[in-house]
Design a protein around this ligand. Structure first.
Ligand SMILES: [Zn+2]
Ligand SMILES: [Zn+2]
Length: 336
């Protein structure tokens, strides 16, 4: 019986263990991928903690997957063995529910996420629906492509769907796994780019990433944004409701606070803060497989890359621990 190595978390909050798993062939509409790399995303901690409904155990985390198709299931026509593909948060859609029939595939009622509805990418092999596949351009390695499936597409897609135009001021709240890509994308899209983070430890990195300005969030962020002339958009990448709320006074009239940092904490913002300046607060989900392709295409055109540290799969537990303790660099990527 063929087998491969995969990380298992046996119960909520349990340790990450490397185990041997039987390798099965893909069924209809699926492909099996030899994983080359898988990013460690902040959201993986919510999975390991068992924070999402309908999870099953053992869990294999990982939704920033890049690799090469090894086997094709029946009915898969557009991909072939040997194709290099990425699978991000968008792990497949059904094409027959109401949102799919309306063409909003990211909101598929039967949508899947790797590690949630099927085992994720902390493994040598994953089997995924063909609807989840994004083609990797030749210019990107697997390790470079992997983070584009979640951190990359989320920041790129969120920014390009705002009303901000080239030359407008845009602030990125948080210079971490998501934010360090947000700063690069904002700069590459032609925005006057402002990075916001607590303290000054990341000020130099923020400038290297392309930020024109840096704001230390331990001060009054709204006042600092106003001093720069105000911003059209704040892309809030930190899962911190207080920090998000602290930016709202820095938005220009009709500005947008776009929340992508995950937290269950309520936003402490009053309607009166929204009404007179007519500002809006919106959330943004990640992006479809096609949008992951578009993200990678833009990354190739613009030179945007995640700042990654590679670790072998056998050190997944160490990589995950570094994330949990806030010691991780911008993106840890497991390589197989
Ligand atoms: Zn993620
Ligand atoms: Zn659907």
């Amino acid at each position: 019986m063929p087998s491969h190595k995969a990380v298992h978390v046996k119960t909520a909050g349990g340790p990450l263990e490397l185990v041997d798993v039987e390798t099965t062939s893909p069924t209809r509409g699926e492909v099996r991928i030899d994983v080359g790399a898988c990013g460690i995303c902040g959201t993986d901690a919510h999975f390991v903690a068992g924070a999402f409904p309908g999870m099953s155990w053992p869990l294999t985390p990982g939704h920033e997957i890049a690799g090469t198709i090894a086997e094709i299931g029946e009915g898969v026509e557009d991909f072939a063995v040997g194709d290099r593909v990425a699978v991000g948060w968008f792990g497949g859609n059904c094409n027959h529910c109401d949102p799919c029939r309306k063409g909003i595939f990211i909101h598929c009622a039967n949508g899947k996420v790797p590690s949630w509805q099927y085992p994720g990418g902390y493994a040598e092999s994953v089997t995924v629906p063909a609807t989840a596949l994004a083609r990797i351009p030749a210019e990107l390695s697997d390790a470079e492509a992997a983070p584009m499936g979640c951190a990359g597409v989320t920041t790129y897609n969120a920014l390009r769907h705002t009303k901000a135009l080239p030359g407008d001021r845009v602030a990125i709240l948080g210079v971490g796994g998501l934010g360090h890509l947000g700063v690069q994308f904002a700069r590459a899209m032609g925005f006057e780019t402002i990075a916001i983070n607590r303290g000054t430890a990341k000020a130099d990195d923020a400038r290297k990433l392309g930020a024109h300005h840096y704001i230390d969030a331990t001060g009054d962020v709204s006042e600092a944004l106003k001093a720069l002339g105000g911003v059209s958009v704040v892309l809030a990448t930190t899962g911190n409701s207080q920090a998000m709320a602290a930016t709202i006074g820095g938005l220009l009239p009709r500005g947008e606070l776009v929340a992508i940092g995950v937290t269950p904490e309520p936003l402490p913002i009053s309607p009166s803060q929204l009404i007179t300046p007519a500002v809006s607060i919106v959330g943004h989900p990640s992006g479809t497989a096609k949008e992951v392709e578009e993200t990678m295409h833009f990354a190739v055109l613009s030179g945007v890359r995640a700042w990654i540290e590679e670790l072998p799969l056998s050190q997944a537990a160490e990589g995950y621990e570094a994330l949990e303790q806030g010691r991780a660099r911008y993106r840890t990527v497991l390589t197989m």
